[in-house]
Design a protein around this ligand. Structure first.
Ligand SMILES: C[S@@+](CC[C@H](N)C(=O)[O-])C[C@H]1O[C@@H](n2cnc3c(N)ncnc32)[C@H](O)[C@@H]1O
Length: 254
């Protein structure tokens, strides 16, 4: 597995990267999504383990909501499902290859905006376009936008119509903790019904700083824990962040 901190190439042109196409089977919709990875271009161009956890949870939710750890959170939204007249509006932060947002659009029939740094947008657009037909078949749509953490102007451009925020593997470099928290603070306004679901694989002790700061700002709950992969002590954990005092009943799944 590529280690975060290695193999990062700033500003390299997408066309110069060696591409790998990965097929991703989504059983609940009997469809296969295709994702282009360009691992030589850096961390944003590779699929990370926490992303696969969220995709599996979304797939299992669509197949059988009664056993899904997402059901409790989604019960807050009236518009989950492909036949809804007002689809769920989702923003994904630090999307990388975009697999999570694309899978969310397909499995939930949702309007999803996948976002990342400006140099990642070309590959995100490629992956959104490659799956547009499959996603549309289930009532979903994927938009692509540049959103730099800490830049509130980037969030404002997206508008107010956001129900759910998703992210996977976005807590790693310490200098990114505060910009990410600033964006979350801006998006998870007090009194709103928005929630943030984040899949995370702990790598370093220092990550506790992020969670300590986050718990001061939001109600943070664990909604799912994967078993650790072979050779590892820790598995992917999925957190739900909600504005403080939101009337969402607590329910820990791990
Ligand atoms: C480890 S990758 C995870 C990618 C993807 N979510 C996944 O799980 O496969 C972290 C992502 O965060 C993005 N990122 C890092 N700093 C950022 C910033 N300041 N603003 C927006 N995105 C950022 C990176 O470009 C990268 O796509």
């Amino acid at each position: 597995m590529l280690q975060i901190g290695e193999n990062e190439v700033e500003g390299e042109n997408v066309s110069s990267g060696k591409s790998e196409l990965q097929m991703y089977r989504i059983n609940s919709i009997e469809s296969t999504l295709v994702i282009r990875q360009l691992p030589s271009l850096g961390i944003a161009f590779k699929l990370w383990l926490p992303a696969t956890t969220l995709v599996t949870l979304l797939d299992n939710y669509r197949r059988d909501p009664s056993t899904s750890p997402l059901t409790h959170t989604f019960s807050n939204f009236h518009s989950v499902g492909s036949d809804s007249s007002s689809p769920l509006n989702i923003v994904e932060l630090g999307s990388g290859t975009g697999i999570v947002g694309i899978a969310a659009a397909a499995t939930l029939g949702a309007n999803v905006t996948v976002t990342d740094l400006p140099n990642v947008i070309e590959n995100l657009k490629f992956n959104a376009d490659a799956n547009a037909e499959a996603v549309a078949r289930f009532g979903g749509k994927v938009h692509v936008a540049s959103l730099r953490w800490g830049e509130t102007d980037d969030v404002e451009v997206l508008g107010q119509n956001v129900d759910l925020i998703l992210a996977s593997d976005v807590v790693y470099h310490e200098h990114l903790y505060d910009p990410l928290l600033k964006t979350l603070r801006f998006m998870l306004l007090e009194g709103s019904k928005r929630v943030f679901l984040m899949a995370h694989l702990k790598r370093w002790k220092k990550e506790s700083i992020f969670f300590k700061k986050a718990r001061k700002l939001f109600d943070v709950d664990v909604i799912h824990c994967d078993d650790p992969q072979e050779g590892s002590r820790i598995g992917v954990v999925v957190y739900r962040f909600a504005p403080k005092n939101q009337t969402l009943k607590k329910k820990d799944n791990c």
